[in-house]
Design a protein around this ligand. Structure first.
Ligand SMILES: O=C(O)CC[C@@H](O)C(=O)O
Ligand SMILES: [Zn+2]
Length: 506
């Protein structure tokens, strides 16, 4: 239903499950590789025919991929920004097989790149040179989902959407939701500490993941599985694997706490005249919607225009400089609807919200969510997209977007801002027809210097991967980076686990 001068109160009851998510789709593969980033190969051994035969003995020849076409899909990242040259992809089917592979690689000094759904945006999930890709695709069993405790135990390679569907069948939700849910793996999500659309409600994975099982560089299986939220037994080693992007170990299994599934959802999409109005609306949403607020997303007009242009979507309201997508989820549809309506009415009376639409109908909610979730992929469709994922103080959240519009001028096709306002997480995207060194120089390191001056984070939720290693020091203190290096040395003394990632290269 459209808002405007008055709100219509009949919002339909939520029925059924909302399914969303885009699949990574094939696109032209660039020819460039490491030269762009000026990095040299470390002295790992190169894979030989005898290594390949050994892998075939360990996991079966069917699961040792050397076919060049299939290799390519594992060598190139989702953004088409990094292209490695791995000669072999291994697909272990169990923790035991994964452990044997790592034991062998450790002995032979062979570097590996663990890979989940390969949906990362910082080049963390693809090899940089010829590292062996270890795909977790086949380790995709959901072991148990306990309705009583809410604990789901799953292998690393379970696709997030599949875990979500199973959790829903048990009256639960996975406390993580993101646009790539149809392709990404829960293990990849955990190893990158993926954020997404509901952090405002459920917090980060550091809070929800109760335990992990990891295979270390030398093949040791480290069992840190746990069924308890409360477990104060000294150092919590599981946190070392959450967000370390496969540089300290490969997560093979995990236990995650799933909250009860909300029974009523409502989604509003509203137009706003200024960024100040966006901030005021966020503040009112926190105050007036309180605990039922489950998403608070914003996007500017250029971000929405990209989704509309590339996916033929229809905007539900007229053009405004800013838009917000707000979602509530709770247990009582009437109560939530009443609260939501009065929040929107107040926003309109205050002049913060100019127009909008609100619905509780699953199909319509899905349509609205598409307007937001397709923005990141739409911008890639422009040709090439430089993506920045930064945490900034809320009051300065959007200031960098016009600054970058000015800096990039006509070199860029679109410079836009969108993201998880409720988490102070801006996605600054700059698209152009193809990778242009000239524009790259105008953006980097400027964006990171700017972020650092405001004491923000150079990576809010996408991680450091390969593309941002140079900029880690813009957020982390030197002695903190030194300590990270010591931890890496301790856990992976030969540096074979996902090399060239996370830590600065020099
Ligand atoms: O592509 C991006 O910049 C953001 C992707 C993702 O984190 C999102 O919030 O949709
Ligand atoms: Zn995001």
């Amino acid at each position: 239903m459209l808002l405007k001068s008055s709100l219509i109160r009949a919002v339909s009851q939520t029925k059924g499950v909302i399914t969303r998510g885009y699949k990574a789709k094939a696109k032209k593969i660039p020819e460039f590789t490491q030269d762009r980033y000026q990095v040299s190969r470390k002295s790992f051994a190169a894979v030989t025919d005898s290594d390949v035969s050994q892998f075939e003995k360990t996991i079966g020849s069917k699961y040792v991929v050397t076919d060049s076409e299939e290799l390519l899909t594992h060598n190139v990242d989702f953004l088409k920004a990094v292209r490695g040259n791995s000669k072999v992809v291994l697909k272990p089917g169990s923790t035991e097989e994964l452990s044997q592979i790592m034991k062998y690689c450790y002995e032979k000094n062979l570097a590996v790149c663990p890979q989940g759904g390969n949906t990362g945006l910082v080049g963390g999930s693809v090899p940089v040179f010829d590292e062996i890709v270890i795909s977790l695709n086949r380790m995709n069993k959901i072991h148990s989902i306990d309705e009583m405790t809410g604990i789901a135990v799953a292998d690393s390679g379970v696709i997030l959407e599949n875990l979500e569907k199973s959790a829903n069948e048990h009256g639960l939700v996975v406390p993580l939701d993101l646009g790539a849910k149809a392709s990404c793996h829960i293990g990849g999500n955990v190893s990158t500490n993926a954020g997404g659309l509901r952090v405002i409600r459920y917090g980060s994975l550091h809070g929800s993941v109760l335990g992990v099982e990891s295979v270390l560089a030398n093949g040791t299986v480290l069992d840190l599985m746990s069924n308890f939220k409360k477990d104060n037994t000294g150092y919590h080693l599981k946190h070392m694997f959450i967000g370390s992007e496969g540089t300290l170990g490969i997560i093979s299994k995990l236990a995650i706490l799933c909250p009860p599934a909300p029974r009523a959802f409502h989604v509003a999409f509203v137009g706003l005249p200024s960024f100040d109005a966006v901030l005021q609306t966020y503040l009112s949403a926190k105050r007036q919607l309180g605990e039922i607020l489950s998403s608070c997303e914003m996007m500017d007009k250029d971000a929405l225009a990209a989704a509309i242009q590339h996916f033929g979507l229809k905007a539900p309201i007229d053009d405004y400089p800013f838009y917000m997508l707000l979602e509530t989820s709770g247990s009582n549809a009437d109560h939530d609807q009443e609260k939501f309506n009065s929040f929107l009415e107040n926003g309109m009376e205050a002049g913060h919200i100019v127009d909008g639409t609100i619905t509780g109908d699953p199909g319509k909610m899905q349509e609205i969510w598409k307007l937001r979730e397709l923005v990141p992929v739409a911008l890639i469709e422009d040709g090439y997209c430089f993506k920045y994922d930064i945490s900034l103080p809320l009051r300065q959240f959007y200031e960098i977007v016009p600054v970058m519009q000015e800096r990039c001028g006509s070199l860029a096709h679109r410079v836009c801002g969108y993201g998880h306002l409720g988490d102070s997480n801006l996605h600054l995207n700059i698209s152009c027809s193809e990778f242009t060194p000239e524009i790259y120089k105008r953006i980097e390191p400027y964006v990171f210097e700017y972020t650092s001056k405001l004491k923000g984070s150079v990576s809010a939720e996408h991680g450091i991967g390969f593309l941002k290693t140079k900029y880690l020091s813009y957020t982390k203190a030197d002695n903190a980076i030194d300590m990270m290096k010591e931890v890496k040395n301790l856990m992976d003394p030969k540096g074979i686990l996902n090399p060239y990632k996370v830590l600065p290269l020099n």
